[in-house]
Design a protein around this ligand. Structure first.
Ligand code: F6P
Length: 342
């Protein structure tokens, strides 16, 4: 039987198990064997894997996280690690490998493809910042979680006549902030794509209060920057792909708002709650469609490509296109959100 490997790399997100299940079911239906590689690229370096059967993927569709485990391992950090990845791929006698991940995992996938491995990519990330696809799976779930939190924060903010600043994830793109802020009726939304102007934020709050409102909800993306300043970092550490750890912009913003407007302000950082738990129906279906298509591409030997959503069609695009640049927020949607500011 020909063999296909599957791995999940980078930050986890809801829908990963739905892809693994769809890949496995499609592969087994076509008499292929599936090898589940543990913890992203780390599993190929450490030879940590298992053979999947129908039972391995039974019941995992609604489960968050990934049954394979994940890591932010970058095999290109050490030459011997890339070699180990290639050796394990060969020893396992893999015909192809399906890599489910974001910018980093797919960047590695693209390099390995250029160096001779047969790879198909599947775009995952709650941040929705991958190029060449309309949506990544995981994003819809994160937006729904953040929206529910914003709804809940409305009632407490209103009861106490407070400003609440809600910090959401998204790294250097404001997709989660704009979508959850728009869906949750935020009074101001701040994103990395547009520098924060604190005077303007306070004016919008004052404008709202002048028409009788006694509370406001401000949604801020973790990567949002003040004018002429850098992003706010949790600490100075970077991961194996050189990414900084974002977090804390809401604390600075909350203090400034309270100082300047005099309104009592609270800060809520949603953090990893946005990545946990069961995927929405939209993400389950998108992830399933991606998984079936990825395995079909393996059957057709269409390598060096990623599955992508365009309109309502699942298509394939070159991996190179997906990792070429970050997909930042479409400012047309931000303009719509601005209609409801203040
Ligand atoms: O890329 C997904 C993401 O959740 C980002 O939104 C966030 O900045 C980062 O991962 C957090 O990473 P970690 O899980 O390493 O704290």
């Amino acid at each position: 039987m020909p063999k296909v490997g599957v791995l999940t790399g980078g930050g986890d997100c809801p829908g990963l198990n739905a892809v693994i299940r769809a890949v496995t079911r499609t592969a087994i239906n076509n008499n292929w064997e599936v090898i589940g590689i543990k913890n992203g690229w780390r599993g190929l370096i450490d030879k940590d894997y298992q053979t999947f059967n129908l039972e391995s993927v039974s019941g995992i569709l609604p489960k968050g996280g990934t049954i394979l485990g994940t890591s932010r391992t970058n095999p290109y950090k050490k030459e011997e690690d890339v070699e180990k990845v290639k050796i394990t791929y060969k020893e396992l006698n893999l015909e192809a490998l399906i890599a489910i991940g974001g910018e980093d995992t797919l960047g590695v996938a693209n390099r390995l493809f250029q160096e001779g491995l047969n790879i198909v990519g599947v775009p995952k990330t709650i941040d929705n910042d991958l190029n060449a696809t309309d949506y990544t799976f995981g994003f819809d779930t994160a937006v729904n979680i953040a929206t529910e939190c914003i709804d809940r924060l409305h009632t407490t903010a209103e009861s106490h006549h407070r400003i609440i600043v809600v910090e959401v994830m998204g790294r250097h793109a404001g997709w989660i902030a704009v979508y959850s802020g728009l869906a949750g009726g935020a009074d101001v939304i701040l994103i990395p794509e547009i520098p924060i102007n604190i005077e303007e934020v306070c004016q919008l709050i004052e404008k709202r209060h002048s028409r009788g409102k006694t509370f406001s909800i401000i949604v801020v993306a973790e990567g949002a920057k003040f004018k002429n300043a850098k992003e706010v970092l949790k600490d100075q550490e970077v991961d194996e792909f050189g990414h900084v750890k974002l977090g804390g912009v809401s604390n600075i913003l909350g203090k400034l708002i309270e100082e300047r407007t005099g309104y009592e302000t609270r800060v809520v950082v949603l953090g990893h709650i946005q990545r946990g738990g069961t995927p929405t129906a939209f993400d389950r279906i998108l992830a399933t469609r991606y998984g079936v298509k990825a395995m079909k591409m393996v059957l057709e030997k269409k390598y060096g490509k990623m599955v992508a959503l365009r309109g309502n069609q699942i298509i394939d695009v070159p991996l190179q296109e997906a990792v070429a640049e970050l997909k930042t927020v479409d400012l047309k949607i931000y303009e719509i959100a601005k209609t409801f500011f203040g």
